[in-house]
Every structure is written in structure tokens, then in C-alpha cells.
Design a protein around this ligand. Structure first.
Ligand code: ATP
Ligand code: MG
Length: 381
């Protein structure tokens, strides 16, 4: 089968790698250049979007910020999964929050803001500190403000109006204020739903962010209470959206109770460990779901972890020389803080995974990965 992925970054690349053994052939649409390209080599195909849409069997997406006209064209073909509504929901925090409220899943208390008086009201009703986020276009913690005191209101409002002003009638820009949640950790749940409503859900992943960017994910057996809350939220959301493909949900763990942070209608960075920790990775299961194939196993084979390589020029040789550590390098141009690749680590026990993370912490720059030593100590018990 032939699949067109909207977006041509590392997620399309890894879908292509995962699809190949099943003869699922992936092409990618670069939204910036409007070229159809090979997701691994970057080779440009002499094909426009409409021709490619007609040519493939299935269309999917690697991100949610897709221009409306592209989304329309793909939806018209009847081949697009997970569908326009799911993409819109993941790409707009206001729509996302409305969905969470509708299916009664707890999330951070919030207020939508389009005037200064709304911001003042948000401070009065939600209290301080607040996390203020653009509803559209945010990623990796970009497009966010932290409001800790009333003195910041004027400054943040003036920066917010700049964002609101760049919206258009077709694509209005709005902002949301959220109560700052005092979580004990962040976790995510990733799973797949097929066209017939079957679902396969991976074990809950624990995530560590540094400066708003994911740096470390760990997958190990967690208590049943956390897993079942995550699965329930997944099932409610995926069913409500009649979702097809892989869906990711980020949560705050507040003393054992999960609260949704956000949802991503796609494969997700916190699920990269599945490439090594499960028989079927999130990329393979996404391909299977959108292509109408049975879903693969999401069982955790061995405790696993993933470290994002941010802004580096290459993966250190010592990392490449470490056993049970597999490196993925995306071939992107180097920029400070950019996700350049990731490292997956597996071991036969939590303790051994902790020892491996400790060894990696000695190789990787400590300033970029402050959470690794803490995580390794936790795993070693
Ligand atoms: P990404 O695309 O990497 O998931 P994002 O730009 O979509 O990031 P969020 O996930 O909403 O942004 O926020 C980034 C991080 O900021 C969260 O992982 C969390 O650490 C922190 N954060 C966001 N909202 C809140 C909140 N309401 N309370 C406490 N911390 C928050
Ligand atoms: Mg997030």
C-alpha cells in the first residue's frame, strides 16, 4: 500500500522505516515547500499534492498545524485518517478543552482570553501562578508565558496581543490561561484505534521536560491505578472522536490522580521508546491502523527509556558503543535546542535500566539532561 504523510519531519521518517517491512510505502508532503518528498532521502518527486493524493491508498499526518486548504483537499479524497476534526482538535487548545469538558475528563482549570479584561478575570478566578498559552501554533513549550505576579499582566498582555493580531478571519488567534498544576510528575498514554473500533494501548510513560522540551521518557510497569486512569481517558477520547490511528495524551499526575495536559492526534515523542520496548512500535501501529491492518502488540517487553538528543552535531561514539542502546539520527540541520535525534535504551530490569542511564549521564552534557541521574536513582530503587 502507498501512504502519504502530511509533514516531512522525523515522525514521517520513522513511519516510513516502520512501514517498510509490511510493504507500506510512505511519501511525505513538505508543508513549507509544498513538495512531495521521500521521507528518508529528501528526494523530490515530480508530483503535485493532488496527483499524490490520487495516487496513494491512505493519507495521514505527522503534525496538527496543517493549512486548511491542504486538509480540505486530503479529506475530500476519503482517504485521510485520523480525519479533519481530530487534527483541528489537537491543533487548537480551545477545541481540545471543549472536548475534554464534553467527555468529562479532568484538565487544568482554564479561561479563554481575547481581551485584557479576560486576563484580569483569569488571575482573579484561577489565581496565580498561571500558565498562558497560545491556542494555536504552540509546540515544545513555545508560545507560552508564566504569570506569577500582577506586575507581569501589562507586559504579558502586550506580547499576547502581538500573537492575537497575527491571526486572520479564517484562522483566528486566541490565547488560554491555565491554572499552574502542582504535579508530582508528567506522564503520557499512547495508543492506537483501528477502523473497527479495536484499541491497543501502550503502558503509561513517565516524562521529564527541561525548559518546556521533552528530554527523557521512561516506560516500566506502573501501578494499576495510573494505567487504568490513562486507558479510560484514551478510550473515551478515541471513541468520541471515532479516531483512527495513534493518539497521544499528556497528563499531569497530581498525587495519583491524572489530569489531562493536552492531546496530540499523532505519533508522539514520548512514544519513541516503543521502537525498542515493544513488538510493534507506535509508528508501526499507526501505519497498521490507518491502512486497515490488525493492530500489533503494545505489551512492554523490557523496561525502556528514551533520551532526546537536543542541538548536538552527532551522537557521541560512546553512546553508539553502549549495548542495548539504539540511536536514531534524523539528518536535520543543527540548531541550538533542536531535536536532532533520540536514543532508546532497554534492559532486563528496572535496576539495570537505571545503571545504563547512569552510564549515559556521564557521557551526555549534564546541563541538557538534569533529570537522568534522578531517574536512574529512582529505577535502581
Ligand atoms: P509539546 O508540544 O512539547 O508537548 P507544548 O508546546 O504543546 O509542548 P504543553 O505540553 O502544553 O506545551 O506545555 C509544555 C510543558 O509546560 C508541559 O509539559 C509542562 O511541563 C508545563 N506546563 C504546561 N501547562 C502547565 C500547567 N497548566 N501547569 C503546570 N505546568 C504546565
Ligand atoms: Mg505538551
Amino acid at each position: 500500500m502507498k501512504i502519504l504523510v502530511l509533514g516531512s519531519g522525523q515522525l514521517a521518517r520513522m513511519m516510513s522505516l516502520a512501514g517498510a517491512p509490511l510493504d507500506l510505502i510512505v511519501k511525505a508532503y513538505d508543508v513549507g515547500t509544498e513538495n512531495i518528498i521521500h521521507p528518508l532521502t529528501g528526494e523530490i518527486y515530480e508530483q503535485d499534492l493532488q496527483t499524490s493524493v490520487d495516487d496513494v491508498d491512505v493519507i495521514t499526518a505527522e503534525f496538527e498545524h496543517i493549512p486548511d486548504d491542504v486538509l480540505e483537499l486530503c479529506c475530500k479524497s476519503g482517504k485521510f485518517y485520523p480525519g479533519k476534526q481530530a487534527i483541528k482538535t489537537g491543533g487548537d487548545r480551545a477545541i481540545e478543552k471543549a472536548l475534554l469538558d464534553e467527555v468529562n475528563i479532568p484538565c487544568a482549570p482554564y479561561k479563554l482570553i481575547s481581551e485584557k479584561s479576560h486576563l484580569i478575570e483569569a488571575v482573579a478566578t484561577l489565581g496565580r501562578p498561571l500558565v498562558i498559552k497560545t491556542c494555536q501554533a504552540g509546540y515544545d513549550g513555545k508560545g507560552q508565558w508564566r504569570l506569577k505576579s500582577d506586575e507581569q499582566i501589562d507586559q504579558i498582555w502586550s506580547e499576547m496581543t502581538d500573537f492575537i493580531a497575527t491571526g486572520s478571519t479564517n484562522q483566528p488567534h486566541t490565547v488560554i490561561a491555565e491554572k499552574m498544576i502542582p504535579f508530582c510528575r508528567e506522564v503520557s498514554v499512547i495508543g492506537a484505534r483501528d477502523k473497527y473500533g479495536n484499541m491497543a494501548i501502550y503502558p503509561v510513560t513517565e516524562n521529564e521536560h527541561t525548559n518546556g522540551v521533552l528530554t527523557l521518557s521512561i516506560a516500566r510497569e506502573l501501578c494499576e491505578k495510573i494505567q487504568s486512569q490513562g486507558e479510560l481517558a484514551f478510550k473515551k477520547l478515541a471513541t468520541k472522536m471515532d479516531y483512527v490511528g495513534v493518539l497521544a495524551i499528556e497528563f499531569f499526575d497530581v498525587n495519583g490522580t491524572l489530569m489531562v495536559n493536552e492531546i496530540a492526534p499523532r505519533v508522539h515523542n514520548s512514544g519513541h521508546w516503543t521502537q525498542q520496548g515493544c513488538a510493534s512500535s507506535q509508528f508501526e501501529n499507526h501505519m497498521r491502523a490507518v491502512c486497515g491492518l490488525p493492530l500489533g502488540s503494545t505489551e512492554l517487553l523490557r523496561p525502556s527509556a528514551m533520551i532526546n538528543v537536543l542541538g548536538q552535531s552527532s551522537i557521541p561514539t560512546q553512546v553508539l558503543n553502549t549495548s542495548e542502546v539504539l540511536s536514531h539520527w534524523y539528518g536535520k540541520s543543527q540548531k541550538p535546542g533542536r531535536k536532532m535525534g533520540h536514543i532508546n535504551i532497554s534492559a532486563s530490569s528496572n535496576e539495570k535500566l537505571g545503571t545504563k542511564l547512569e552510564a549515559l549521564a556521564k557521557i551526555l552534557p549534564q546541563s541538557d539532561y538534569p533529570g537522568i541521574l534522578k531517574a536512574s536513582a529512582l529505577l535502581k530503587g
